[in-house]
Ligand binder design. Structure first.
Ligand SMILES: [Ca+2]
Ligand SMILES: [Ca+2]
Length: 226
């Protein structure tokens, strides 16, 4: 019976399929701080077979205070941009950025997917262009971006590196907070900073793993019946 309970637990655990990353709070120190709506406390990433979702968890409320910008820099392939990003903010990913998700939560919310192709950044999709699979939502403590895996050149089993940032509305504003850096990322709004890369592996859809778990359970039951 104990073994069956363990297996049942594994089925439930596989069913969740969320990878959670945490960041410290109170690590935003740019002039005017505190800015809890820009203070990232963590990120949860989930995927199914066709799409991927990034949820920024925030210390403050991005509905009440809506001028923050929320961005993800992604290294998913060899090459890429080691010095800049899709919004030309003072942020670099030394290993080479291939994609840039840039979002805003005022003016009805929106986000862009920019890709580094042939030596320059191009707009690959945007919520304002109704790109299939792209959506953004927010609540009192989070901002959530979803898009198609194929729009990031990703498939099941692929591992990519990323960091998530918050920033202000000025075009020259840097990474006020970095998911991967538990310490203050920049001291002044326009300071340049580097990504602290985190890893995510695109998993098979939960249903597949649940089916595998149920198969193992059936096997165990058959063995015990002998
Ligand atoms: Ca933080
Ligand atoms: Ca941080």
């Amino acid at each position: 019976m104990k073994k069956i309970l363990v297996l049942a637990g594994m089925v439930v655990a596989f069913g969740a399929q969320a990878t959670v990353y945490t960041d410290s709070v109170n690590d935003v120190i740019v002039p005017g701080s505190p800015f809890p709506h820009m203070d990232i406390s963590g990120m949860e990433i989930t995927n199914d077979l066709s799409s991927i979702t990034f949820r920024f968890d925030l210390a403050g409320d991005p509905v009440v205070t809506d001028w923050g910008k929320y961005m993800v820099i992604i290294d998913s392939a060899p090459g890429g941009d080691p010095v800049s990003n899709g919004w030309v903010r003072p942020i670099s990913m030394a290993s080479g950025a291939d994609s840039w998700l840039g979002s805003w939560v005022d003016g009805g919310n929106g986000f862009e997917n920019r890709s580094y192709t042939g030596g320059s950044w191009v707009l690959s999709g945007a919520t304002y262009n109704s790109t299939p699979g792209m959506s953004i939502s927010k609540n009192s403590s989070s901002v959530t971006l979803s898009l198609l895996l194929s729009d990031l050149g990703l498939g099941v089993g692929d591992t990519f590196f990323f960091d998530a940032f918050s920033s202000g509305g000025g075009g020259g504003d840097g990474a006020v907070d970095s998911l991967g850096n538990p310490n203050p990322q920049i001291a002044n709004w326009g300071d340049h900073s580097f990504a602290f890369p985190q890893a995510y592996t695109v998993v098979p859809e939960p249903g597949t793993l649940t089916a595998l778990g149920l198969g193992a359970l059936a096997l165990l039951r058959r063995r015990r019946a002998r």
